[in-house]
Design a protein around this ligand. Sequence first.
Ligand SMILES: Nc1ncnc2c1ncn2[C@@H]1O[C@H](COP(=O)(O)OP(=O)(O)OP(=O)(O)O)[C@@H](O)[C@H]1O
Ligand SMILES: [Mg+2]
Length: 224
Amino acid sequence: MITLEHICKIYKIGRERKVHALHDISETVHEGEFVAVVGPSGSGKSTFLAMAGLLERPTEGVVRFDGKDVTDLRDRERTRIRAERCGFIFQFPSLIPTLNALENVLLPKTVHRTYQNSDEKWGKEVLERVGLKDKLENLPYQLSGGEQRRVALARALINKPDVILADEPTGAVDAYNASVIISLFKEWNAQGKTVIMVTHDMKLADEAGRIIELADGRLKQDPE
Ligand SMILES: Nc1ncnc2c1ncn2[C@@H]1O[C@H](COP(=O)(O)OP(=O)(O)OP(=O)(O)O)[C@@H](O)[C@H]1O
Ligand SMILES: [Mg+2]
């Protein structure tokens, strides 16, 4: 479903400094796979996700989505693919402080002007699934950190995405809520959807069907 071919990503900092975040990464995530991306801090996990989710363009290499080269598509086309096909959970919850939980969940729909009446029902259903049925109208400051993460999770599912890209979705979440999040991913995956999850937690990574390991921006070969 998503293929990275010889991807390099260099971030420029000011005029002089460069950070080589990814070196010659070639990897395919197939439709219906649940993969975990692991590796030390700074190894390129978030950058990998940004490439796979068309959030950023590689410095070198090709990104394919459903077999189609999307590397040089216009921003508007890339945004459309993200809006229709992808659900993002960022490393930090990034809720809008002036919108309540349900409004935050519906935000991608309103922003991309694809809102339909049925979306509210689905949004409420997902919030209920993550245990926030009674907090639909809470503003983010009225939610705990773990609750905010679960709102971000519900928001990622609002467009019924074909692929979930989750960056440390269980960071700062207790064991019970981490298991709620993982079981939602598994359920989504069981319906044939693709899940790419970055995690530090090897126990959670073992729940995925496959592990992609990064070190210093390179793929580590599976020892098995
Ligand atoms: N926008 C950016 N501008 C400059 N450098 C960046 C940018 N994003 C990431 N980097 C650098 O690229 C490297 C890889 O970063 P990345 O965020 O992908 O790591 P990570 O594996 O997600 O780390 P963590 O586990 O701490 O989240 C790091 O050296 C980081 O400092
Ligand atoms: Mg990261």
